[in-house]
Design a protein around this ligand. Structure first.
Ligand code: AMP
Ligand code: GLY
Length: 431
């Protein structure tokens, strides 16, 4: 058998998701070299960090050429929404270097909520009812709110660092929020606002990798967005996650695939939108019926930290098939065990918090993986906090309690001033 091609890889991003990608990519025999731009203190264990901003396309271009990179893997949404795929396609010397992630036209699934709602309507994909408004239609928007049932969901159309969705409990609050958003609360991202029907149910996330022709479904996950135990307090980037999600049974999988995943991939194809990358489907199950509440054009964070540890496939081979359009050959193999991840965050997060706190105990993490997010190395060579979400502690076990016990034990072992974590990740799913 011919030897399989090996790859010099460039991974973009710096969160726990990217540490998990780096960890998984580095396990592949087909990974000849891994660079992470910019990476964090955790990715250093699996490759070489390079200090390039993932939004600086000319700097990435130079690095890719100078270092003979064979494939670029994009972690966060912003480079995709700004067109990194197109940047490579449009340049003769870059166009044969695959970028794992959609074209700018595909990233609009995440980059514009109004566009994604229209896409779902066009392809009859179940989602909450909605209307959209701009500053020109403010009066119509305010009138629309008056007759809207409570609560009311307002969404800034564009990217807003995870803060663009506001659930209003009164008409006065909704009216004030609409004025603020259309007044520029999130800059150009809230120049258009989607007003959506509130759906009551339980959330879960599903991930597909598509090569534009077909798709492969990865293990599902549930994340825990609120800062407080029992899902209380403000929203965060994600305090933890579990996979699998047992209420997503075979009947639900059939609906999810037939009504949402397949029509989404077919829809992109019919509309000639190049898409070779991840699609993240955020669902609410309303009495057993799945509704899409959001699309993302990338993997989730912290969901990646529980999905990749359950994925048995070689990730470089998976991406190679994605790039070549041969995903149809691949069979996804999944570890049957449950994965939990618990995020250690800085005191004060998601509000103001301090950085630069020395982290100890990382070497004592047992039967689990510490995926680092907001970490850095200081001048003295110590690992320090450098963000709100600091370290995600992933463990595998036969069920949620077993995995969670390990994640929580490791969460207690690691120390830094102001450390906080939720002890109840996945507890609502224990049957
Ligand atoms: P997003 O920023 O799009 O992830 O949305 C943030 C959160 O808002 C979601 O995880 C849901 O909890 C909630 N959400 C969004 N849309 C709806 C909706 N139509 N009904 C109820 N909750 C929603
Ligand atoms: N955990 C949700 C997200 O990555 O958007």
């Amino acid at each position: 058998m011919a030897t399989l091609k090996t790859f010099r890889l460039l991974l973009l991003g710096s969160g726990g998701r990217e540490h998990a990608f780096a960890w998984k990519l580095a396990q592949s025999k087909r990974c000849a070299k891994l660079f992470i731009a910019p990476g964090n203190a955790g990715t250093l264990a699996h490759g070489q960090n390079v200090q390039i901003n993932p939004l600086d396309f000319p700097a990435l271009e130079k690095f890719v050429i100078d270092n003979q990179i064979d494939m670029v893997i994009v972690g966060p949404e912003e480079p995709l929404v700004r067109g990194i795929w197109d940047y490579f396609q449009e340049r003769e010397h870059l166009k044969n270097i695959p970028v794992i992630g959609p074209s700018k036209a595909g990233a609009v699934l995440e980059g514009s909520k109004a566009w994604s709602k229209k896409f779902m309507l066009r392809h009859k994909i179940p989602t909450a009812g909605y209307q959209e408004f701009t500053a020109e239609t403010l009066d119509a928007g305010l009138a629309y709110l008056k007759n809207h049932a409570l609560p009311i969901v307002l969404k800034a159309d564009g990217l807003a660092a995870g803060k663009g969705v506001v659930i209003c409990q009164s008409h006065a609050e909704a009216e004030a929020e609409m004025r603020e958003m259309l007044g520029g609360k999130f800059g150009a991202s809230s120049a258009r606002v989607v007003v959506e029907e509130f759906l009551t149910g339980i959330e879960f996330s599903v991930f597909a990798l598509t090569d534009g022709k077909t798709y492969k479904i990865l293990p599902e996950a549930k994340d825990y967005k609120r800062i407080g135990e029992g899902d209380t307090g403000p929203n965060t980037g994600g305090m933890g996650a579990v996979s699998p999600v047992l209420f997503v049974d075979s009947a639900m999988w059939t609906k999810v695939e037939e009504r949402v995943i397949r029509p989404t991939v077919e829809g992109l194809k019919k509309e000639n939108i190049p898409y070779k990358g991840f699609i993240f489907f955020g669902f609410i199950s309303v009495n057993g019926e799945p509704f899409v509440i959001e699309y993302n054009c990338r993997m989730g964070d912290p969901e990646t930290e529980v999905v990749l540890p359950r994925l048995k496939n070689d990730l470089v081979t998976l991406f190679d098939n994605c790039a070549r359009g041969t995903l149809g050959r691949v069979k996804i193999r999944t570890d049957k065990r449950t994965a939990t991840t618990v995020f250690l965050v800085s005191g004060g997060y998601p509000g103001n918090y301090e950085k630069g706190k020395v982290i100890t105990g990382l070497d004592q993490v047992k039967s689990g993986i510490a995926f680092q997010a907001g970490t850095a190395i200081n001048k003295a060579g110590e690992c320090i906090t450098a963000g709100g979400r600091v370290i995600a502690l992933t463990s595998l076990g036969k069920d949620i309690p077993t995995a969670l016990r390990k994640s929580n034990r490791n969460a207690m072992t690691i120390q830094f001033e102001g450390k906080y974590f939720r002890r109840d990740i996945g507890k609502d799913l224990i049957i």
